[in-house]
Design a protein around this ligand. Structure first.
Ligand SMILES: NC(=O)c1ccc[n+]([C@@H]2O[C@H](COP(=O)([O-])OP(=O)(O)OC[C@H]3O[C@@H](n4cnc5c(N)ncnc54)[C@H](O)[C@@H]3O)[C@@H](O)[C@H]2O)c1
Length: 268
């Protein structure tokens, strides 16, 4: 894996990953709508809008593998999600196919599964229950990955990322936290593991209170190093400052479930 493209490179996760990936993939190419403010002289950046199919085709030329973080990363209006995450993600996979890219690692989200209850432990085979238009768009991205892997021969890993950060900041994050170096370990599996066709894994560290059965990730060779239990006191201190959300607290997606909620909760 020589030339790796990182989309969404100016975002929160991208800013961390560009530093962690550069030693592994020296020819790393960064892309986003705008360059990161602190772009270094030895970094290569190409501005491109995911919604622009021709720009994606040019961006993917001579690329071996893609880490696709770019897109709208929270709930938003349908038109915004449509352009960045549906049309944009399709443009990215289509460009990858046309340019002969070998691997795509797709940043999916826990919000694909947000309406699963917290008292359930789910594996990758559980039925998707997206909690937002955003979560639904990530499910579409996973579907694109499966289609392009099985029909067109790309190797694709969808990582249902929990929450990336230096430490878990509340009780929900204790279950879904993903330390950045553990994310890199998952990305390396997606880019480098021989014979990978299409896989879905949960993007979390070694979390004792996890809601997810991540055995497929372990079978693929993932060995998470960070343990959320080591940050229990700080996370619970953060939780004490969090306003109560009785509905969100029932479900894995948290506040993403409670926003815009107008169903009769007693009926479900
Ligand atoms: N942060 C997390 O813990 C977390 C959790 C689950 C999933 N994810 C996913 O991981 C990825 C990175 O997350 P993040 O927190 O860094 O998000 P972010 O919003 O900070 O970064 C996303 C980047 O995508 C870029 N982008 C948006 N629309 C674009 C377009 N049309 N064309 C090109 N670039 C565009 C933005 O400019 C931004 O820099 C996202 O896809 C997000 O959905 C993140």
């Amino acid at each position: 894996m020589r030339r790796v493209l990182l989309t969404g490179a100016s975002g929160g996760v991208g800013s961390r990953l560009r530093r962690l990936l550069k030693p592994l993939y020296p020819e790393l190419i960064l892309s986003d709508l705008k360059p990161p403010a602190d772009l270094a002289p030895d970094e290569r950046f190409i501005a491109a809008d995911l919604a622009d199919a021709d720009a994606m085709l040019r961006l993917c030329e001579n690329i071996d593998g893609i880490v696709h973080l770019g897109g709208y990363s929270i709930e938003g209006p349908w038109e915004t999600i449509l352009q960045a995450n549906i049309i944009g993600c399709h443009n990215l996979f289509e460009a990858a196919r046309k340019q002969g890219v070998r691997r795509v690692v797709f940043a999916s989200s826990n919000h694909v599964m947000g309406f699963h209850r917290r008292d359930a432990k789910i594996g990758i085979e559980a039925v998707p229950l997206p909690d937002t238009r955003y979560g639904l768009s990530k499910l579409f991205g996973e579907g694109l990955g499966a289609l392009y892997a099985h029909k067109h021969g790309l190797g694709v890993l969808s990582i249902r990322i929990g929450n990336v950060g230096d430490e878990p900041i509340d009780q929900r994050r204790l279950a879904i936290w993903l330390e950045p170096n553990d994310l890199v370990a998952l990305i390396r599996i997606g880019l480098e593991k021989p014979d990978l066709v299409y896989e879905v894994v949960y993007g979390m560290s070694d979390n004792a209170s996890a809601w997810w059965d991540n055995r497929r990730a372990l079978e693929l060779g993932y060995k998470p190093q960070a343990r959320s239990a080591d940050h229990l006191a700080a996370a619970m201190a953060g939780q004490a400052k969090t306003p109560p959300d009785p509905l969100g607290d029932l479900y894995q997606g948290g506040t993403f479930c409670s926003q815009e909620y107008d169903a009769d909760q007693k009926a479900r």
